[in-house]
Design a protein. Sequence first.
Length: 375
Amino acid sequence: MIALFSEKIRFFDTTLRDGEQTPGVSLKPAEKLQIATMLADLGIATIEAGSAAASEGEREAIALIADAGLGAEVATFVRALPGDIDDAVACGVDCVHLVVPVSDLHIQAKLRKTRDAVCTMAWEAVEYAKDHGLVVELSGEDASRADQEFLAMLFAGGVERGADRLCFCDTVGLMTPELVAEQIPALLSAPLSIHCHDDLGLALANTIAALKAGATAAHVTVNGLGERAGNTALEELAVALEHLYGVETGLRIEKIYPLATTVSRLTNVPLPTNKAIVGEMAFTHESGIHAHGVLRDASTYEPLTPESVGRTRRIVLGKHSGSASVGAALKELGYHCTEVQHAEIVARVKALGDEGRRVTDADLMAIADSVTGVS
Ligand code: KIV
Ligand code: ZN
């Protein structure tokens, strides 16, 4: 293993804020608490529970989570407005994720303000939040398209006024690992988080590049939920850091799958079947060569054990199945066949698969019964 990361990586989970911004997703307070409890149990350091200024229901949910004593830091998203920070205080959170737009595009087109005005707003808001005893993570929205000298100056001013942490947002997923490696080192006037979006499928790679370049925390969401194409997936980052880079995340990774399925159910966002780590097919094998290999030694075709992420392996039958997987399934179902019967059963399984069917246990039993003369 190559050791590239200098310290323990903090996971800042934003499933309940950016993840909930997935179009069509709206979680009730009790549902948010259920997810927050599972996140804390997994070992997440900071849970961004929502956006306190957004609605009454949102404040209820954030207060519920802040009150629950989960053992994780609870944060809320706030703009650089005293009213938002008052809402955060009223909810009883530990931390504000204080976000200001930092690219000229966002400053001018969205806020219709100047860089100076944004600095003043951001710095006054940091002071206001610190006066109210909050941990402050000062976040630059659209940081990847900002003038990097301006961003470094805004961040340094925030740190002078008490910001505890900083965050670089690749808001529309335009970064590359090379650019990240270039830009992050100049921004480390305080511990820095990286917040990536997956618009071009690079969120995980960019997040890892930032952590290698000196960022110490990663913003993630369960199942990669989030605006548009989503955010860096918690499960992918955790497993990649542990298994590929030898980084001790401190997360109980075996709790990932139950969390993924709970989030999918409560948000009504189905897990793509071939999604890394948590998709239905991630530990499922059909082809004869693969199934045969896995039955002898699972590491032949699995990068990690399914149990390590709270799952079990599945061997399914279809036209690609071979004699070994059909034999294993028959044994599990209690059949003892002759060689000739076995060959006939394999042929019938493949024929069913050729019809475009996935062969279920019931199908296999019907075939085996008819071939062996039972029933
Ligand atoms: O992607 C982003 O820029 C964000 C900020 C609003 C924090 O989610
Ligand atoms: Zn975001």
